[in-house]
Design a protein around this ligand. Structure first.
Ligand SMILES: *[C@@H]1O[C@H](CO)[C@@H](O)[C@H](O)[C@H]1NC(C)=O
Ligand SMILES: *[C@@H]1O[C@H](CO)[C@@H](O)[C@H](O)[C@H]1NC(C)=O
Length: 338
């Protein structure tokens, strides 16, 4: 069974923003993130508990609208693999902006680790093509970053972890943003120029958070925190665009789109948005394991497990990004899905 490829379609589609015009066939993408974008790195981490190489995961994965292949997991490639030249996915389930996020998964590649892997990728590319061509390749490539959900779900919102006790939310969000500033700056220094940052969805409405409410409602406070994070990230990106003249950092705002699916499921052909298809709504665990009972019609559920959207939901989100980001005539026509 293939690995989890939950929202890569959404990310890939965001890449098609007209402002990022470049020949689709030669488009190189580097993907950083968590389980929402992982395509298999954690399978290579022997002790990782954040895994998705189970039956069921990937069962409905299909769409790739950009017309380039989804880049392979970094850990599946050899050190000097030619595939490195065509783009790499560094995303790792359980990862966060902070090192300590997701620590109970034992092993995962934190965002810092992922940037370090990219540094090694760049060294390998330099060895193959020389410095000038390597720099050019890295400058032209598209970088997708979708990270931060675990800093809430698997850190700040877990009462038994230190960060939730040590910081107020105001302090915590400042810590996240100042760390992210350093991390994106480092990516820039390594050659990244076109970066799409995917904002957080309404985490207060994911099944693992709803179960904390007696009535199964969205946790309003959590959603307010997420909105604060998203807004501060947007400000950070504006600052960075001013600070780095050749950089183009863009914010892909997932929150309103995901919330729309949750509040108006029937408008998109869904029936259920308050519980998961796999019926594993718990705060820890919450993954669809091989012995879980999957819902009859996966197309009717917005959520697949306690944390992640279903691929049916991802397809709707991908379409939404596709349309909004193509509101200006693109220089590359969108490729039809195979
Ligand atoms: C994570 O750990 C590394 C190595 O100890 C350190 O250099 C880095 O600053 C830490 N990053 C964060 C976000 O805490
Ligand atoms: C989900 O919503 C339906 C319809 O409003 C309701 O009957 C059901 O109890 C809710 N389920 C949970 C787990 O909150």
């Amino acid at each position: 069974m293939e690995m989890q490829k939950l929202v890569l379609a959404v990310l890939i589609v965001a890449a098609t923003a007209a402002s990022f015009a470049s020949a689709a066939s030669s488009l190189v993408t580097f993907v950083f993130g968590d389980s929402l974008t992982e395509v298999g790195n954690n399978k290579y981490l022997q002790y990782s508990l954040a895994r998705s190489d189970y039956p069921w995961y990937g069962i409905d994965y299909s769409a790739q609208k950009l017309g380039v292949a989804s880049p392979p997991p970094y850990l599946s490639l050899s050190k000097n693999d030619d595939a490195l030249l065509k783009g790499v996915n560094y995303a790792s389930g359980g990862a966060g902006i902070l090192n300590e996020t997701g620590l109970y998964f034992i092993q995962r590649l934190s965002f810092d680790d992922q940037i370090d892997c990219f540094r090694k990728t760049k060294e390998a590319i330099k060895a193959k093509m020389g410095d000038v061509a390597a720099n050019k390749l890295c400058n032209k490539a598209l970088y997708f970053v979708g990270i931060g959900s675990n800093d809430y779900v698997n850190n700040f919102l877990q009462p038994f972890l230190a960060d939730g006790q040590q910081y107020t939310h105001d302090e915590f969000v400042e810590f996240l943003i100042s760390t992210l500033d350093q991390q994106l700056t480092r990516l820039y220094q390594l050659g990244a120029r076109k970066i799409v940052f995917h904002g957080l969805g309404p985490l207060g409405c994911i099944p693992s958070q709803r179960v904390k409410s007696k009535t199964g409602q969205c946790l309003k406070r959590v959603n307010e925190w997420v909105l604060e994070f998203n807004s501060k990230v947007q400000n950070l990106l504006i600052t960075m665009n001013n600070r780095f003249p050749n950089a183009r950092l863009t914010f892909a705002d997932s929150y309103p789109h995901v919330l729309d699916l949750i509040t108006n499921p029937t408008a998109y052909g869904f029936k259920v948005s308050n519980t998961s298809c796999c019926n594993v709504d718990t705060q820890l665990g919450g993954l669809c394991l091989p012995n879980s009972k999957v819902c009859k019609n996966r197309r009717e559920y917005v959520f697949w497990d306690a944390f992640h959207p279903s691929d049916a939901a991802n397809a709707v989100l991908a379409q939404k990004f596709f349309t909004t980001l193509f509101s200006n005539p693109p220089s590359i026509p969108p490729q039809p899905s195979p």
